[in-house]
Design a protein around this ligand. Sequence first.
Ligand SMILES: Nc1nc2c(ncn2[C@@H]2O[C@H](COP(=O)(O)OP(=O)(O)OP(=O)(O)O)[C@@H](O)[C@H]2O)c(=O)[nH]1
Ligand SMILES: [Mg+2]
Length: 436
Amino acid sequence: MSEPAFDTIVAPATPVGLSALAMVRIDGPGSTSILTELTRSGLPAVRNATLVELPEIDQCVVVRYAAPHSFTGNDLVELTLHGNPVLVEQVIAACVAHGARIAEPGEFTERAVLNGKLDLVQAESIADLINARTALQAKLSLSNLEGVLSRKATAVRQTLLEVIARLEAALDFSEEGYEFIARDEVRERLNEAQREIAAMAETYRRGHATATGLNAVILGRPNAGKSTLLNRLVGTDRAIVTPIPGTTRDIVRETIEIGGLPVTLADTAGLRATANVVEGIGVERARAAARSADLIIYLVDATVGLTAADQAELDSLDGDVLLVFTKADLTHVNAELSISAVIDHGIDELLRVLDHRVRKQFVASEGALVNERQHAAVLECWGALAAAQQALATALDEQMVLVDLYRAANSLGLLVGAITRDDILSEIFGKFCIGK
Ligand SMILES: Nc1nc2c(ncn2[C@@H]2O[C@H](COP(=O)(O)OP(=O)(O)OP(=O)(O)O)[C@@H](O)[C@H]2O)c(=O)[nH]1
Ligand SMILES: [Mg+2]
């Protein structure tokens, strides 16, 4: 990669709105001269919070970082103004008048990657950290920002590069009859690498679920008490509750935290055959939501009991279904899980069971793969390692093995961004907010 040439960019780093403080960032070769233009005075010492006047705009605290010791690796200036969008706008306009350009979304982080301050996985985890909705999501994003996943990938890549180097040497000096690495050792090292890569690939399901949150659907026959449960779980009268069967038609969604993850609960239309067109569409939507749900809570009205119709619905559902009997205040229920919205019975136990399920099935551990790009790179590596093993077992020529090993090492390089491609970069950083 050639040395990138940077221009000077500026952007607000905090959301637009009234607040105590607002930050503006200026990055690039012109940032310090712009600062002196803005303050019309000398430069403050680097990495020192300094109170300065921006004549006719505001008083602010400035911290100046000198390349390469900054977040981006460039000269970087952070101005902390009073939190009024009018002031922010004025400062940005002044920066633009002095030659800065408004930054693209994610451009500061992109610069950090281009300058080798962060790798791609770390850059992605900054976006994940900013978007985290629960403390657990934030904790896992932070682990990848701190390099847990990158270190795992880099360690395997190092192993592969070492095997490659020794195989190359063996090819170069094959005439002399030296053996730089025995085939058995190659096989063993690749087995080990493949095991590690397979373990990494396996983290994706949980990593992705943890990063994006879960979908839970509340199903059941009409009047089972689905909307009542949703309202109880979210703590507001979100969905309409009436004694009329077939009240809910559109799906009503609300997100709450369960097991450390954001879980979007979907209250659905009661499942039954109906001649009513609107209700029929609602029932279809309920079934579609069930097909894509991570968790299904199926409610049965205890005063009615589990009917053949319920059983037919349950049989048609994939995956684990949590069966819960409702209206336990009206009748004696002999089941593992029963609730009553009226006497507030069983809700805590239901939440405990859900919490346990989420942690057991979906919560990732640190260093998990969290997005499709990372998963694809790891799968590509696994495929290349499998091909290398195949070549090792059948081909006479080490060259064939090397082709696959280079592919395996490159895919891990691509994962962490040791090899960057512009299209990948813009794909990733386009999803950032301005000023990051
Ligand atoms: N006694 C008692 N009544 C309940 C309980 N839960 C719900 N109900 C009543 O049962 C009726 C139906 O409740 P909903 O929550 O609207 O049922 P639903 O499953 O959403 O019904 P549809 O939207 O028509 O499919 C309402 O009159 C509720 O007040 C409960 O635990 N105990
Ligand atoms: Mg309802």
